[in-house]
Design a protein around this ligand. Structure first.
Ligand SMILES: *Cc1c(COP(=O)(O)O)cnc(C)c1O
Length: 392
């Protein structure tokens, strides 16, 4: 009997994308094999994270990087690094932060992931009024407003990456660095394109967080924190198990050694952010595969999945969008019909992306589909579209 069957678990069709509540995506056999290989031996976790540092530096151009238990974990650790630097007293005190504890950000970029900064001990300072989102105007937070909010109490500027984020990262970096504070970027879901692995760091960000379990195709509970070596070293020190006699500890050269530390901190605020050896190794293999495939072949692979779904839909209307990740859109007569169709499918264990349901549009995201799903998904979509249309 399979392990899943023994636990009473049966699969779903995940056309919503690599969302956490639907268990993320699918790992390639090569990634699974690497995790199994790591699981069969013990490793020194400092050496494991040093290898991660080399791989992530190659992939991103960053001075250093570590693998964490997810992008949210990377944000918590990144915040802890901005709060404590390489001061072990400050590390041991978190989440009780010193006076320099503000994370300045545009109010329009607030989301529920940013509480990771508060968990670390930071305080979020919102700037600007997002009139362009409320439909009441055209303005968002401006660079000048952001600059005015930075002061001696500022630990970092926080920037959430989206194509429409304002002010643009390059401006945010310029004003933050002019004030001597680092910029932390949430780029959890900003891959592909591959260029984003380097883009935010090239624009001057000091730390960037990516999810490992989204487009990269690594373990669901993995993430990357990449950036300035001293900050990444601080993050690593606040995540690792440091329960060793002090004289035995040596920070690997990848993280610039531990000369700067007056003493070794205790288990840090980031202990709950840890990634196991299986996650680290799995993510690194997935990261190599993600880079080797390249954007155009990945796009073609996703497009082929959606074409197969559309072919199985018969004459039910559906369109495939351009973009870094192609999507299949089903336009219903109105939002109520879209909601009925979504509910019918969910009852059949088919989950669609609901991001555009208010417009009456249902979205099929290809990233977490498996080949066996495609025909069944297309047929289920066609039959639910027909039933939902009648019911209205
Ligand atoms: C997914 C996501 C996160 C959290 O990523 P995990 O790897 O699941 O921890 C954080 N921020 C944004 C914007 C995200 O989309």
């Amino acid at each position: 009997m399979s392990a899943l069957a023994a636990l009473g678990l049966t699969r779903i069709i995940n056309a919503a994308g690599t969302v956490t509540r639907l268990s993320g995506g699918i790992m390639a056999p090569e990634v699974v094999a690497a995790m199994a290989e790591a699981s069969a031996v013990c490793l020194d976790m400092l050496e494991v994270q040093a290898a991660a540092c080399r791989e992530i530096s190659d992939a991103t151009g960053a001075e250093a990087g570590i693998v964490t238990g997810g992008a949210s974990a990377a944000l918590l650790l990144g915040a802890a690094a901005c709060l404590a630097g390489l001061d072990p007293r400050a590390m041991n005190a978190l989440p009780a932060a010193g006076p320099r504890r503000d994370f300045v950000m545009a109010r329009s970029q607030r989301n529920m992931y940013d509480r990771a900064l508060e968990v670390a001990g930071g305080r979020i300072v919102e700037v600007g009024i997002p009139d362009r989102f409320s439909g009441a105007g055209v303005r968002d937070a401006s660079a000048a407003e952001l600059a005015a909010a930075i002061g001696p109490q500022t630990a970092a500027v926080f920037w959430v990456a989206q194509d429409w984020s304002e002010p643009p990262l390059a401006e945010v970096v310029r004003l933050a660095h002019a004030a001597g504070v680092p910029v932390l970027v949430d780029a959890a879901a900003q891959l592909p394109p591959l260029a984003h692995l380097r883009g935010f760091l090239d624009a001057g960000a000091d730390l960037v967080a990516f999810s490992g379990g989204k487009a990269i195709g690594g373990p669901q509970a993995s993430g990357i924190l990449a950036g300035r070596r001293d900050l990444v070293a601080s993050a690593l020190l606040q995540m690792l198990d440091l329960d060793v006699p002090e004289g035995q500890f040596r920070l690997p050269a990848e993280f610039a050694g531990n000369q700067a530390l007056p003493f070794l901190p205790r288990h840090g605020i980031g202990r709950s952010c840890k990634a196991g050896k299986e996650e680290v190794v799995g993510l690194l293999v997935a990261l190599r595969r993600f880079q080797a495939e390249g954007d155009a072949p990945r796009r073609a692979r996703m497009q082929a999945r959606l074409e197969a779904v559309r072919a199985a839909m018969g004459d039910t209307p559906a369109e495939i969008t351009p973009g870094a990740t192609p999507l299949l859109l089903i336009r219903c007569a109105d939002p109520a019909q879209a909601a009925r169709m979504e509910a019918l499918l969910r009852a059949r264990r088919v989950h669609l992306n609901q991001g555009r349901m208010r417009e009456g549009v249902l979205v099929v995201h290809p990233a977490a589909l498996v080949e066996d799903d495609l025909m069944a998904l297309g047929q289920a979509l066609a039959s639910a579209f027909a039933s939902a249309g009648k019911a209205g």
